[in-house]
Design a protein around this ligand. Structure first.
Ligand SMILES: [Zn+2]
Length: 211
């Protein structure tokens, strides 16, 4: 099961999906991944793992002391975000609960860096906030990024990895719709096998999109 080291690169040798380094919300959506051979990793499975994930994304100090209720809130936002991304990719209307969850996270705490003023530095902006609100601010920042991702210029490039059972989302470049070379190689191998065994007609979808 999951070995907690903070990234999927450590856990499964998987680099971030294309776009996930620019959008923390996309990386959140991909933070529990399913791969062949029973490989599964949830980077938010425990409070300690969730803290590592937030710290790696600049959203919490390493000693934030997250509790299980905090990790559970992150996992819940992840599931709502996945259903919003799926709706955008598949062109249907998402469940109201998913929209409400993102909007609730957006409005529970300000995601903006606030204006401060000190005699030494003069005016500056910083996202300082009480330690009791670390999680609320992290959820707000992730929800804001999710809203930007779903409404911004990149939204049309959102797609699901086309190599089952991989469950990651990515921003497509050209016609490539794999989250990683490993997934691309596996999908090509699966199609080659299907052709050899005379089932090519049943698997034309991937061929048409790639070659
Ligand atoms: Zn994949």
């Amino acid at each position: 099961m999951s070995h907690v080291k903070g990234t999927l690169t450590d856990d499964l040798g998987l680099p971030p999906a294309p776009g996930a380094e620019q959008h923390a919300a996309l990386d959140l959506a991909n933070s529990a991944v399913t791969l062949p051979g029973g490989q599964y990793s949830d980077l938010l499975a425990t409070p300690g793992a969730a803290n590592l994930w937030l710290t790696a994304h600049g959203l919490a100090p390493a000693d934030a002391g997250l509790r299980e209720t905090c990790a559970a809130q992150l996992r819940s936002l992840r599931e709502h975000l996945r259903s919003l991304i799926a709706a955008r990719v598949e062109g249907h209307t998402p469940p109201a609960g998913a929209l409400n969850a993102v909007n609730d996270a957006l409005t529970r705490a300000p995601a903006a860096a606030l204006l401060h003023w000190s005699p030494e530095r003069g005016p500056y902006r910083a996202a300082t906030h009480p330690t009791t609100q670390i999680l609320e601010h992290a959820l707000a920042a992730l929800a804001a990024d999710a809203a930007d991702l779903l409404t911004g210029a990149d939204a049309d490039r959102l797609t699901a990895c086309g190599s089952p059972p991989c469950n990651r989302y990515l921003l497509r470049h050209g016609r490539r719709h794999w989250c990683s070379t490993r997934c691309g190689d596996r999908a090509r191998a699966a199609r080659a096998y299907a052709r050899r065994t005379g089932r090519a007609e049943e698997n034309t979808r991937g061929d048409a999109e790639e070659n």
